[in-house]
Write a protein that binds this ligand. Structure first.
Ligand code: UDP
Ligand code: MG
Length: 186
């Protein structure tokens, strides 16, 4: 295309959108709309025995959360008594401590936007009978005393539990540039 009509077509193409398009929203990392949280998730001894660790990690990764700490451990009793301190007067407490000591646990720290609330939704209700299908407990647990997984229930609780289960040197603060991140595209 040459001459006047060619120049007119070029002008049309270059003069920008004729209707206002959607404004791309670039979230700045650390901004209020992308508040980053961390939470403690632990695959309990029944989950490890049943080889559910991979399935559980896959669910958190698929959701877009970022793994910043992970270890397999036979949990020392002092960690368990501190972790479940608020439940120490409950009738099920001795059985709970013995269940949690019955084999290794996989403790993890996951990071991401609203990860505390989201992970509680992902694990489902404490009581297997109330846990919705599709949740981890709703898919794998039959009884409240063998409910496969732990996740912190508040941001403050998560901070306390992470400090109890992990040394700060065991947490890795890596740069997230994936599509789930507020840094994407970088
Ligand atoms: N638990 C139990 N019997 C009960 C209530 C709780 O064995 O009647 C155990 C169960 O393993 C549960 C843990 O105690 O996950 C901690 O209880 P909590 O109420 O904090 O539930 P969660 O936060 O794990 O959903
Ligand atoms: Mg709890």
């Amino acid at each position: 295309m040459h001459g006047f009509w060619g120049r007119a077509a070029l002008w049309w193409l270059l003069s920008g959108p004729r209707v206002p398009g959607p404004t791309p929203v670039r979230h700045s990392s650390g901004g209020p709309s992308w508040t980053q949280e961390r939470t403690l998730v632990a695959v309990k001894p029944d989950g490890v025995q049943r080889r559910l660790v991979g399935d559980i990690i896959r669910r958190f990764e698929r959701r877009g959360f970022k793994l910043v700490g992970m270890k397999l451990l036979q949990t020392p009793e002092n960690i368990l008594t501190e972790h479940y301190h608020d439940l120490r007067r409950k009738p099920f407490y001795p059985a709970l401590i013995s269940y949690m000591s019955s084999g290794p646990v996989v403790a993890m720290v996951w990071e991401g936007h609203n990860v505390v609330r989201s992970s509680r939704a992902m694990i489902g209700d404490t009581d297997a009978a109330e846990a919705a299908p599709g949740t981890i407990r709703g898919d794998f647990s039959l009884h409240i005393s063998r409910n496969v997984i732990h996740a912190s229930d508040s941001v403050e609780g998560a901070q306390r539990e992470i400090a109890l289960w992990f040394r700060s040197s065991e947490l890795v603060d890596w740069q997230d540039r994936g599509p789930h991140s507020s840094n994407y595209p970088a």
